[in-house]
Design a protein around this ligand. Structure first.
Ligand SMILES: Nc1ncnc2c1ncn2[C@@H]1O[C@H](COP(=O)(O)OP(=O)(O)OP(=O)(O)O)[C@@H](O)[C@H]1O
Ligand SMILES: [Mg+2]
Length: 151
């Protein structure tokens, strides 16, 4: 039986990409309140393991349990519903979307049948202020498209 304070348990996780065995029978337990650092050389399979836990990839073998129950994580929607979040190593923004549109992607706030950008922008402003960040909710998602829209 799973120890009650283990909130996330990955057992025997295996992921094969063409020509590369990225994760080979990986076991990982996370107890409530723990912070882990995953170390390994480039290409060791760190991001692959996190992407599997976040539902961006599906394992070829293995089992993931959340709070002691077997979790079926087929997409980020499933992992988010289970309380798993992800800060990506590489930018995963849609460059032509604004900051606010990127933030609400997948969890759209809708008012009167259209995207409620104003509510999301206000929330972003509030959080930015709280953490001393300079974020413009209406700026384009990437510096490259910022240049192209400025022209
Ligand atoms: N979508 C993919 N398709 C094919 N091969 C992939 C894919 N993603 C990762 N790989 C391969 O799987 C292996 C593990 O890659 P991964 O990105 O998990 O490593 P990493 O430990 O995160 O490396 P880094 O320190 O460079 O971030 C590498 O050989 C990589 O080329
Ligand atoms: Mg990586």
């Amino acid at each position: 039986m799973t120890e009650p304070n283990i909130v996330l348990e990955a057992k025997g996780i295996t992921k094969q990409f063409p020509g590369v065995l990225a994760n080979d029978n990986v076991n990982f337990d996370l107890r409530k309140g723990e912070i882990h650092a995953l170390l390994g050389e480039n290409g060791a399979g760190k991001s692959t393991l996190m992407n599997l836990l976040y539902g961006l990839h599906n394992p070829d073998k293995g089992e993931i349990k959340v709070n002691g129950k077997i979790a079926t994580i087929l997409s980020p929607n499933d992992s988010i519903a289970l309380g798993i979040g992800m800060v990506h190593q590489h930018f995963m923004l849609i460059p032509v979307f604004t900051v606010a549109e990127n933030v609400m992607l997948g969890d759209e706030t809708v008012k009167n049948g259209s995207l409620d950008r104003a509510t999301v922008a206000a929330k972003i402003n509030e959080i930015s202020k709280q953490y001393g960040l300079d974020v413009d909710p209406n700026a384009p998602g990437s510096p490259a498209s910022r240049h192209s829209t400025a022209r």
